[in-house]
Design a protein around this ligand. Sequence first.
Ligand code: SF4
Ligand code: SF4
Length: 327
Amino acid sequence: METRRPLIVDVKRDSREDGPGIRSVVFFKGCPLRCVFCHNPEAQQSGPEVAFAEEHCIGCGACKKACPRMAIDLNRASRIDRTKCDYCGRCTDACRGGALRMIGTYWPVEELVLLLLRDASFYRHSGGGVTLSGGECTMFPDYVRSLLQRLKAHGIHTALETSGYFDYEVFARKILPYLDLVLFDLKIIDREESLRYLGRSNESILNNLRRLLAQDTVEVRPRVPIIPDITDTRDNFSAVVNYLCEAAAREISLVPYNPLGAAMYTRLGRAIPDVPSGFMKPEREEQTFKMFREIIERKRGQRRQTEEAELPGVQTPLTPKTEENHL
Ligand code: SF4
Ligand code: SF4
Protein backbone atom coordinates (compact mmCIF):
# COMPACT_ATOMS: atom_id res chain seq x y z
CA MET A 1 0.00 0.00 0.00
CA GLU A 2 1.05 3.57 -0.57
CA THR A 3 2.35 5.24 2.53
CA ARG A 4 1.60 8.73 1.19
CA ARG A 5 -1.96 9.98 0.98
CA PRO A 6 -2.44 11.90 -2.24
CA LEU A 7 -3.53 15.49 -1.94
CA ILE A 8 -5.85 17.02 -4.51
CA VAL A 9 -5.08 20.55 -5.76
CA ASP A 10 -8.41 21.10 -7.46
CA VAL A 11 -11.39 19.46 -9.12
CA LYS A 12 -12.35 21.36 -12.25
CA ARG A 13 -15.87 20.88 -13.61
CA ASP A 14 -17.16 21.41 -17.12
CA SER A 15 -13.85 20.96 -18.93
CA ARG A 16 -13.99 20.49 -22.71
CA GLU A 17 -10.25 20.18 -23.18
CA ASP A 18 -9.12 17.08 -21.32
CA GLY A 19 -10.63 14.31 -23.37
CA PRO A 20 -13.98 13.84 -25.13
CA GLY A 21 -17.22 15.53 -24.07
CA ILE A 22 -17.87 17.41 -20.85
CA ARG A 23 -15.48 16.29 -18.14
CA SER A 24 -14.44 16.79 -14.56
CA VAL A 25 -10.68 16.94 -14.05
CA VAL A 26 -8.99 15.90 -10.81
CA PHE A 27 -5.60 17.55 -10.28
CA PHE A 28 -3.32 15.50 -8.04
CA LYS A 29 -0.52 17.13 -6.07
CA GLY A 30 2.96 15.72 -6.67
CA CYS A 31 5.19 15.15 -9.68
CA PRO A 32 8.57 13.43 -10.10
CA LEU A 33 9.59 15.88 -12.86
CA ARG A 34 10.58 19.52 -12.48
CA CYS A 35 9.89 20.94 -15.91
CA VAL A 36 11.30 24.46 -16.09
CA PHE A 37 8.19 25.55 -18.01
CA CYS A 38 5.65 23.94 -15.64
CA HIS A 39 2.46 25.99 -15.54
CA ASN A 40 1.03 24.10 -12.54
CA PRO A 41 3.80 24.71 -9.97
CA GLU A 42 1.32 24.16 -7.14
CA ALA A 43 1.05 20.54 -8.29
CA GLN A 44 4.80 19.77 -8.19
CA GLN A 45 5.35 19.07 -4.49
CA SER A 46 3.28 16.29 -2.99
CA GLY A 47 2.91 18.00 0.41
CA PRO A 48 0.55 20.87 1.31
CA GLU A 49 1.54 24.47 0.54
CA VAL A 50 0.21 27.91 1.42
CA ALA A 51 -0.24 30.40 -1.43
CA PHE A 52 -0.29 34.14 -0.77
CA ALA A 53 -1.98 36.45 -3.29
CA GLU A 54 -0.87 39.95 -2.35
CA GLU A 55 -3.54 41.65 -4.47
CA HIS A 56 -6.28 40.21 -2.22
CA CYS A 57 -4.66 41.20 1.09
CA ILE A 58 -6.58 43.84 3.06
CA GLY A 59 -3.79 44.24 5.61
CA CYS A 60 -5.87 43.20 8.65
CA GLY A 61 -3.06 41.20 10.27
CA ALA A 62 -5.33 38.33 11.30
CA CYS A 63 -2.96 35.82 9.73
CA LYS A 64 0.00 37.00 11.82
CA LYS A 65 -2.07 36.76 15.02
CA ALA A 66 -3.29 33.28 14.11
CA CYS A 67 0.10 31.80 13.29
CA PRO A 68 1.52 29.78 16.21
CA ARG A 69 4.97 29.54 14.63
CA MET A 70 5.59 33.23 14.01
CA ALA A 71 6.09 32.43 10.35
CA ILE A 72 4.25 35.50 9.05
CA ASP A 73 5.79 38.92 8.56
CA LEU A 74 3.36 41.52 7.18
CA ASN A 75 6.27 43.54 5.80
CA ARG A 76 7.72 40.65 3.88
CA ALA A 77 6.84 40.56 0.17
CA SER A 78 6.31 36.80 0.14
CA ARG A 79 4.64 37.11 3.58
CA ILE A 80 5.46 33.57 4.89
CA ASP A 81 8.76 32.20 6.16
CA ARG A 82 8.30 28.74 4.70
CA THR A 83 11.14 27.28 6.76
CA LYS A 84 9.01 27.86 9.88
CA CYS A 85 5.59 26.97 8.45
CA ASP A 86 4.12 23.54 9.26
CA TYR A 87 0.98 24.03 7.13
CA CYS A 88 -1.39 24.03 10.08
CA GLY A 89 -3.83 26.17 8.08
CA ARG A 90 -4.70 28.61 10.88
CA CYS A 91 -3.71 31.63 8.78
CA THR A 92 -5.76 30.49 5.79
CA ASP A 93 -8.78 29.98 8.08
CA ALA A 94 -8.29 33.45 9.57
CA CYS A 95 -7.81 35.29 6.28
CA ARG A 96 -10.98 37.19 5.37
CA GLY A 97 -9.46 38.81 2.32
CA GLY A 98 -9.01 35.50 0.54
CA ALA A 99 -5.30 36.23 0.13
CA LEU A 100 -4.07 33.04 1.81
CA ARG A 101 -5.05 29.66 0.49
CA MET A 102 -4.05 26.15 1.55
CA ILE A 103 -3.19 24.07 -1.49
CA GLY A 104 -3.68 20.33 -1.23
CA THR A 105 -6.67 18.57 0.30
CA TYR A 106 -7.03 14.90 1.08
CA TRP A 107 -10.27 13.39 -0.22
CA PRO A 108 -11.32 9.91 0.85
CA VAL A 109 -12.01 8.04 -2.39
CA GLU A 110 -15.72 7.57 -1.68
CA GLU A 111 -16.21 11.30 -1.09
CA LEU A 112 -14.34 12.21 -4.24
CA VAL A 113 -16.47 9.78 -6.25
CA LEU A 114 -19.64 11.37 -4.86
CA LEU A 115 -18.34 14.80 -5.85
CA LEU A 116 -17.53 13.61 -9.35
CA LEU A 117 -20.90 11.90 -9.76
CA ARG A 118 -22.67 15.27 -9.39
CA ASP A 119 -22.05 15.76 -13.10
CA ALA A 120 -22.81 12.20 -14.21
CA SER A 121 -25.71 13.28 -16.43
CA PHE A 122 -23.45 15.80 -18.22
CA TYR A 123 -20.89 13.07 -18.84
CA ARG A 124 -23.58 10.74 -20.15
CA HIS A 125 -25.23 13.21 -22.51
CA SER A 126 -21.98 14.67 -23.88
CA GLY A 127 -19.91 11.50 -24.19
CA GLY A 128 -17.65 12.89 -21.47
CA GLY A 129 -16.36 11.59 -18.15
CA VAL A 130 -13.59 12.08 -15.62
CA THR A 131 -9.93 12.86 -16.32
CA LEU A 132 -7.21 12.37 -13.72
CA SER A 133 -4.41 14.91 -14.05
CA GLY A 134 -1.86 16.72 -11.96
CA GLY A 135 0.98 16.80 -11.17
CA GLU A 136 1.49 13.16 -11.93
CA CYS A 137 -1.40 11.09 -10.63
CA THR A 138 0.38 7.79 -11.37
CA MET A 139 2.49 8.50 -8.27
CA PHE A 140 -0.48 7.18 -6.29
CA PRO A 141 -1.41 3.91 -8.02
CA ASP A 142 -3.46 2.36 -5.21
CA TYR A 143 -5.59 5.45 -4.68
CA VAL A 144 -5.98 5.98 -8.42
CA ARG A 145 -6.98 2.36 -8.96
CA SER A 146 -9.56 2.59 -6.23
CA LEU A 147 -10.97 5.80 -7.69
CA LEU A 148 -11.06 4.48 -11.25
CA GLN A 149 -12.65 1.18 -10.19
CA ARG A 150 -15.51 3.04 -8.57
CA LEU A 151 -15.98 5.38 -11.53
CA LYS A 152 -16.07 2.44 -13.93
CA ALA A 153 -18.63 0.72 -11.69
CA HIS A 154 -20.84 3.76 -12.36
CA GLY A 155 -20.24 3.51 -16.11
CA ILE A 156 -18.11 6.69 -16.27
CA HIS A 157 -15.60 7.18 -19.12
CA THR A 158 -12.13 7.56 -17.59
CA ALA A 159 -9.04 9.32 -18.93
CA LEU A 160 -5.63 10.05 -17.47
CA GLU A 161 -3.12 12.79 -18.33
CA THR A 162 0.48 11.84 -17.72
CA SER A 163 4.04 13.01 -18.21
CA GLY A 164 4.85 9.36 -18.85
CA TYR A 165 7.28 9.13 -15.95
CA PHE A 166 6.05 6.07 -14.07
CA ASP A 167 6.78 2.41 -13.37
CA TYR A 168 5.16 0.64 -16.32
CA GLU A 169 4.58 -2.66 -14.54
CA VAL A 170 2.72 -0.98 -11.70
CA PHE A 171 0.79 1.24 -14.11
CA ALA A 172 -0.21 -1.67 -16.33
CA ARG A 173 -1.33 -3.78 -13.40
CA LYS A 174 -3.11 -1.22 -11.24
CA ILE A 175 -4.29 1.62 -13.46
CA LEU A 176 -4.50 0.69 -17.13
CA PRO A 177 -7.33 -1.87 -16.75
CA TYR A 178 -9.66 0.89 -15.52
CA LEU A 179 -8.89 3.48 -18.20
CA ASP A 180 -10.54 4.31 -21.50
CA LEU A 181 -8.01 6.90 -22.66
CA VAL A 182 -4.42 7.93 -21.91
CA LEU A 183 -3.33 11.48 -22.85
CA PHE A 184 0.47 11.19 -22.94
CA ASP A 185 2.67 14.32 -22.95
CA LEU A 186 5.76 13.75 -25.07
CA LYS A 187 7.91 16.81 -24.57
CA ILE A 188 11.52 16.18 -25.49
CA ILE A 189 13.30 13.33 -27.27
CA ASP A 190 16.94 14.24 -26.62
CA ARG A 191 18.18 12.79 -23.34
CA GLU A 192 20.46 15.68 -22.39
CA GLU A 193 17.73 18.22 -23.14
CA SER A 194 15.38 16.18 -21.01
CA LEU A 195 17.76 16.29 -18.07
CA ARG A 196 18.11 20.02 -18.57
CA TYR A 197 14.46 20.97 -19.02
CA LEU A 198 12.49 18.21 -17.25
CA GLY A 199 14.96 17.50 -14.47
CA ARG A 200 15.07 13.76 -15.30
CA SER A 201 16.18 11.44 -18.04
CA ASN A 202 13.36 10.65 -20.48
CA GLU A 203 14.39 7.03 -20.93
CA SER A 204 11.45 5.60 -19.02
CA ILE A 205 9.05 8.12 -20.63
CA LEU A 206 10.01 6.96 -24.13
CA ASN A 207 9.89 3.29 -23.14
CA ASN A 208 6.51 3.71 -21.48
CA LEU A 209 4.98 5.43 -24.50
CA ARG A 210 6.31 2.74 -26.82
CA ARG A 211 4.79 0.02 -24.63
CA LEU A 212 1.49 1.83 -24.33
CA LEU A 213 1.24 2.28 -28.09
CA ALA A 214 1.97 -1.43 -28.56
CA GLN A 215 -1.03 -2.52 -26.48
CA ASP A 216 -4.46 -2.33 -28.07
CA THR A 217 -6.95 -2.30 -25.22
CA VAL A 218 -6.77 1.39 -24.25
CA GLU A 219 -6.62 4.39 -26.60
CA VAL A 220 -3.40 6.40 -26.26
CA ARG A 221 -3.09 9.97 -27.59
CA PRO A 222 0.42 11.47 -27.60
CA ARG A 223 0.58 15.27 -27.26
CA VAL A 224 3.47 17.70 -27.56
CA PRO A 225 3.13 20.87 -25.46
CA ILE A 226 4.59 23.80 -27.39
CA ILE A 227 7.24 25.53 -25.29
CA PRO A 228 8.94 28.28 -27.32
CA ASP A 229 12.55 27.45 -28.19
CA ILE A 230 12.48 24.32 -26.02
CA THR A 231 10.04 21.77 -27.47
CA ASP A 232 9.16 23.57 -30.71
CA THR A 233 12.58 23.36 -32.37
CA ARG A 234 12.89 21.68 -35.75
CA ASP A 235 15.28 19.12 -34.23
CA ASN A 236 12.87 18.14 -31.44
CA PHE A 237 9.81 18.02 -33.72
CA SER A 238 11.72 15.85 -36.23
CA ALA A 239 12.83 13.52 -33.45
CA VAL A 240 9.24 13.36 -32.11
CA VAL A 241 7.85 12.42 -35.53
CA ASN A 242 10.56 9.79 -36.09
CA TYR A 243 10.00 8.32 -32.67
CA LEU A 244 6.22 8.16 -33.06
CA CYS A 245 6.44 6.64 -36.53
CA GLU A 246 8.70 3.91 -35.21
CA ALA A 247 6.32 3.37 -32.29
CA ALA A 248 3.41 3.05 -34.76
CA ALA A 249 1.48 6.03 -33.36
CA ARG A 250 -1.61 7.05 -35.27
CA GLU A 251 -1.83 10.70 -34.39
CA ILE A 252 -0.16 13.49 -32.49
CA SER A 253 -1.59 16.69 -31.05
CA LEU A 254 0.27 19.94 -30.51
CA VAL A 255 -0.81 21.76 -27.37
CA PRO A 256 -0.50 25.58 -27.48
CA TYR A 257 1.85 27.26 -25.01
CA ASN A 258 0.31 28.16 -21.64
CA PRO A 259 2.15 30.91 -19.69
CA LEU A 260 -0.44 31.19 -16.90
CA GLY A 261 1.58 29.55 -14.13
CA ALA A 262 3.86 32.56 -13.53
CA ALA A 263 1.71 34.23 -10.85
CA MET A 264 1.52 31.02 -8.84
CA TYR A 265 5.32 30.80 -8.55
CA THR A 266 5.25 34.19 -6.81
CA ARG A 267 2.34 33.15 -4.58
CA LEU A 268 4.32 30.11 -3.46
CA GLY A 269 7.40 32.22 -2.72
CA ARG A 270 9.39 30.76 -5.60
CA ALA A 271 11.31 32.42 -8.44
CA ILE A 272 9.47 32.70 -11.76
CA PRO A 273 11.21 30.49 -14.34
CA ASP A 274 12.92 32.08 -17.32
CA VAL A 275 10.34 31.21 -19.98
CA PRO A 276 8.10 33.50 -22.10
CA SER A 277 5.51 35.23 -19.93
CA GLY A 278 2.84 35.74 -22.62
CA PHE A 279 0.86 33.61 -25.03
CA MET A 280 2.44 32.98 -28.42
CA LYS A 281 1.45 35.40 -31.15
CA PRO A 282 -0.99 33.77 -33.59
CA GLU A 283 1.50 34.15 -36.46
CA ARG A 284 4.25 32.40 -34.50
CA GLU A 285 1.83 29.65 -33.47
CA GLU A 286 0.74 29.13 -37.07
CA GLN A 287 4.40 28.96 -38.15
CA THR A 288 4.97 26.29 -35.52
CA PHE A 289 2.03 24.20 -36.72
CA LYS A 290 3.18 24.68 -40.31
CA MET A 291 6.70 23.48 -39.51
CA PHE A 292 5.30 20.43 -37.74
CA ARG A 293 3.04 19.58 -40.69
CA GLU A 294 6.00 19.95 -43.08
CA ILE A 295 8.07 17.55 -40.98
CA ILE A 296 5.25 15.01 -41.06
CA GLU A 297 4.82 15.47 -44.82
CA ARG A 298 8.53 14.94 -45.36
CA LYS A 299 8.37 11.79 -43.29
CA ARG A 300 5.44 10.56 -45.38
CA GLY A 301 7.44 11.30 -48.53
CA GLN A 302 10.42 9.33 -47.22
CA ARG A 303 8.09 6.51 -46.37
CA ARG A 304 6.66 6.40 -49.86
CA GLN A 305 10.18 6.26 -51.34
CA THR A 306 11.41 3.63 -48.92
CA GLU A 307 10.58 0.00 -48.71
CA GLU A 308 8.16 -0.62 -45.84
CA ALA A 309 10.65 -3.12 -44.43
CA GLU A 310 13.16 -0.32 -43.87
CA LEU A 311 10.69 1.57 -41.69
CA PRO A 312 9.31 -1.05 -39.35
CA GLY A 313 6.34 0.01 -37.35
CA VAL A 314 5.12 2.73 -39.70
CA GLN A 315 1.56 1.60 -40.19
CA THR A 316 -0.53 4.71 -40.37
CA PRO A 317 0.25 8.31 -41.22
CA LEU A 318 0.56 10.79 -38.40
CA THR A 319 -2.03 13.52 -38.34
CA PRO A 320 -1.21 16.85 -36.69
CA LYS A 321 -4.06 18.25 -34.68
CA THR A 322 -4.45 21.36 -32.61
CA GLU A 323 -6.31 21.46 -29.36
CA GLU A 324 -6.94 24.00 -26.66
CA ASN A 325 -4.47 23.91 -23.82
CA HIS A 326 -5.09 22.70 -20.29
CA LEU A 327 -2.10 20.91 -18.96
S1 SF4 B 1 0.04 27.46 7.82
FE1 SF4 B 1 0.20 27.62 10.05
S2 SF4 B 1 2.43 27.73 10.43
FE2 SF4 B 1 2.13 28.15 8.26
S3 SF4 B 1 2.06 30.38 8.12
FE3 SF4 B 1 -0.08 29.65 8.31
S4 SF4 B 1 -0.55 29.69 10.49
FE4 SF4 B 1 1.69 29.84 10.27
S1 SF4 C 1 -5.35 37.67 7.10
FE1 SF4 C 1 -5.35 37.70 4.84
S2 SF4 C 1 -6.08 39.75 4.36
FE2 SF4 C 1 -5.47 39.81 6.52
S3 SF4 C 1 -3.32 40.51 6.46
FE3 SF4 C 1 -3.29 38.30 6.46
S4 SF4 C 1 -3.19 37.77 4.26
FE4 SF4 C 1 -3.86 39.88 4.38
